[in-house]
Design a protein around this ligand. Structure first.
Ligand SMILES: *Cc1c(COP(=O)(O)O)cnc(C)c1O
Length: 391
C-alpha cells in the first residue's frame, strides 16, 4: 500500500471566481434560471463563434447532457417506429433518451484504432426506419464527422452529436459544436472538462429545433419564468402547448459555468500537457496508447484510455487493483451497452456482434488526467503504470 494520500480518478477544479459568483447568485434573490443562465448561453455561443461563426448558433442551457440529447431528438420528431444508430461503446445516457421517446436503438461497433463509432458500420445498419445517427466523440477525439454528415445527407437522416467529452475538440480546425449536424450536446457533469456540478448545453443552428427545445425545456410553457417575471407588462399568464420536461439550468450552476468556460482553453492546454507526459513515459511499455488527433487538431483529453497489449499477460482487473493498491483511482470507459442486461435483453445482443468494443473493453482502463493534478501526481501515475506494466 502507498503512504501517499489516495489520488482520485477525477476531481473538478473550482476557483475563487466560481465560488464568488455562486455566492453572488445566492445573495441576489434569483437562484433558478435567470440572468446568469442567459449570460452563460451567450458566452457559450461566443466561445463557439470564435471559429468563424455565422451568428446563427443557439445555445440552450439544460440541467444535464442527457436532458439536452432528449430535447434534441424530441424536437426532431423521433418517436415510436423510428430507429436511431449509435455506438455500443458509450455511456447509457446516449441511448436511453431514444427509448424515452419510444424509438429503438441500433448499436454498432467501433473502429479499433479511434474507439469511435465506425462510419462504415453505421451505413450498413441503415434501414427504412432509420431516422438519426448519434455519434459520440469518445474520450474527446472527434468522430469522422465528414463521413457521418455525408451519409446523413445521402440517406436523409438527422445527426445529433453526443459531445459530452468534446469541449474543446476540433476537426479540420473547427470546434465540435460548429459542424453541420442538427444539434450538439455538451456535458458539465462533475468529471467532465468543465463543470457546473450537473448541467449541459444543447447547441443548434436549426431555429425550429431551438424553439421547440426551449419550450420543452420548461414544462411546454410558451414563455420561461424569467421572461414572465421581468417583462414590462406584468404577466402571470402563460400557455402550455405540450407536456414538456423540467430541464432548465439554475443560475447557481450557470454561475459556475461562466467562470469554468473562461478557463476552458487553459484547462485543455494543461490536459494536453499531461497527456503528452503520459505518451512520452509509456512509449516503450506493452500498452496500446490512445489515438492522437489529426495533425493540427485538438483533442479535449477528457479521458486517457490505456489498453493492455496482448503480450502483457495480466488481466485488466488486476492492473486496476494494483493501481488502487498504489493509491491511484482508475476507471473503465465503458462497459459497452451490449453487455448491460437492459440493452442486451431488449435487443438480444451478443458480444460477437461487437468484437472491437468487446476486445477494447476487456483490456482497457482510464487513468487519472485532470487539471487539478500536480506534476508530482502525474509522475506518481507514470511510476505506477510503468512498475505494473513492467511487472
Ligand atoms: C457524461 C456523459 C453523458 C451524460 O452527461 P450528463 O450531463 O451527466 O447527463 C452522455 N454521454 C456521454 C458519452 C457521457 O460521458
Amino acid at each position: 500500500m502507498s503512504d501517499l494520500p489516495f489520488l482520485p480518478f477525477a476531481l473538478p477544479e473550482i476557483g475563487e471566481d466560481e465560488i464568488a459568483e455562486v455566492v453572488d447568485t445566492l445573495r441576489s434573490g434569483w437562484v433558478t434560471t435567470g440572468p446568469k443562465a442567459r449570460r452563460f448561453e451567450q458566452a457559450f455561443a461566443e466561445y463557439l463563434g470564435k471559429n468563424g461563426d455565422d451568428g446563427q448558433t443557439e445555445c440552450i442551457a439544460v440541467n444535464s447532457a442527457t436532458a439536452g440529447l432528449h430535447l434534441a431528438l424530441e424536437a426532431l420528431g423521433i418517436g415510436p417506429g423510428d430507429e436511431v444508430i449509435t455506438t455500443t461503446h458509450t455511456f447509457t445516457a446516449t441511448a436511453e433518451v431514444v427509448r424515452y421517446l419510444g424509438a429503438d436503438v441500433v448499436l454498432v461497433d467501433i473502429d479499433p484504432l479511434t474507439l469511435n463509432i465506425d462510419p462504415k458500420l453505421v451505413e450498413a445498419a441503415i434501414t427504412p426506419r432509420t431516422r438519426a445517427i448519434v455519434p459520440v466523440h469518445y474520450a474527446g477525439l472527434a468522430v469522422d464527422m465528414l463521413a457521418i454528415l455525408d451519409m446523413a445527407r445521402k440517406h436523409g437522416l438527422r445527426v445529433v452529436e453526443d459531445a459530452a467529452h468534446a469541449l474543446p475538440t476540433t476537426l479540420e480546425r473547427e470546434l465540435i459544436g460548429t459542424m453541420g449536424s442538427d444539434a450538439t450536446v455538451f456535458s458539465f457533469y462533475a468529471n467532465k472538462t468543465m463543470t457546473t456540478g450537473e448541467g449541459g448545453m444543447l447547441v443548434t443552428r436549426n431555429a425550429e429545433l431551438a424553439k421547440r427545445a426551449k419550450v420543452m425545456r420548461l414544462h411546454g410553457m410558451n414563455r420561461d419564468a424569467f421572461d414572465r417575471f421581468t417583462a414590462k407588462v406584468p404577466s402571470w399568464y402563460y400557455e402550455i402547448v405540450a407536456p414538456g420536461f423540467k430541464y432548465n439550468l439554475t443560475d447557481i450552476a450557470a454561475a459556475l459555468g461562466l467562470h469554468q468556460l473562461k478557463r476552458i482553453d487553459a484547462f485543455q492546454a494543461r490536459r494536453e500537457q499531461i497527456a503528452q507526459a503520459y505518451f512520452d513515459a509509456f512509449a516503450d511499455l506493452p500498452l496500446i496508447l490512445p489515438p492522437q488527433p489529426p495533425e493540427g487538431d485538438k483533442h479535449s483529453w477528457h479521458l486517457y484510455v490505456l489498453r493492455l497489449a496482448d503480450e502483457l499477460e495480466m488481466e485488466r482487473d488486476v492492473f486496476i487493483e494494483r493501481m488502487f493498491a498504489k493509491g491511484i483511482g482508475c476507471s473503465v470507459h465503458y462497459i459497452p451497452l451490449h453487455l448491460h442486461p437492459y440493452w442486451r435483453d431488449r435487443y438480444d445482443l451478443r458480444p460477437e456482434q461487437f468484437p472491437h468494443s468487446q476486445k477494447a473493453y476487456e483490456r482497457m482502463l482510464s487513468i487519472p488526467l485532470y487539471t487539478a493534478m500536480s506534476d508530482a501526481d502525474v509522475q506518481r501515475v507514470i511510476d505506477a503504470v510503468r512498475e505494473i506494466a513492467l511487472g
